[in-house]
Design a protein around this ligand. Sequence first.
Ligand code: ADP
Ligand code: MG
Length: 258
Amino acid sequence: MTQVLAVVNQKGGVGKTTTTVNLAAALAGLGERVLLIDLDPQGNATMGSGIDKRTLKHSVYDVLVGIAELTAARTSSAKGGYHVLPANRELAGAEIELVSLEQREQRLRLAIDTVAQEYDWVLLDCPPSLSLLTINGLVAAQAVLIPMQCEYYALEGLSDLVSTLKRVRANLNPKLEIGGLVRTMFDPRNTLALQVSAQLEQHFADKVFNTLIPRNIRLAEAPSFGVPAVIWDPTSRGAQAYVALAKELLARFSTQAK
Ligand code: ADP
Ligand code: MG
């Protein structure tokens, strides 16, 4: 069965895009068929996959507003080994245009339905907000993956996200689950990070992935080469952590499917 995962956190800079791009490449490296959908008008996941957002023929915007089919708008990450439905600044306009369209919260889900059987995983890189674009992601997904930095305000932000998830579950997508929390940019020498991490485990128990993503320069520099770090430097600690996370994800979701 195709797993559609929304990578969400309304905070910016917590590692959503880094997680989406590297999980896509790591899952592809493990033989999985992956589609990454960039839902952020910043287009960072698009560029990080080696696709120039300035020269797109079609983008996720065209698909959401009904100008193009997903099959016509998708492209592939040359080095990453996965497909990409790319985004650029045009997507910012979709926020406003979607409001007046029919089934405005369902448009991404309906588009994904047309290609779902071609993929094992569809990963959605959500923007840093709980906007209509993110809602489209949450309606299309079976589960959310929440990257977070273990810092002081992290837990507070999480309660807003958890109440949004409850609302979406009540009104739009009853099947939506928390797939897991990913601790990103983790520094074990930081006492506060260790404390917040322990609190997360207390509150969310086995929803917290065992794999810790360390702060690693290779993860930060790979996007400037348009190659996921998992491919750019497979031996780096960052790349190895994302491969471990992909394996953990596979193990978790295959036991769920049984
Ligand atoms: P978001 O998509 O949540 O805004 P990003 O994935 O773009 O977050 O990450 C924010 C910044 O931090 C980027 O410059 C990215 O390269 C960097 N970054 C993300 N994860 C790591 C990490 N584990 N180690 C070092 N830098 C990271
Ligand atoms: Mg991002």
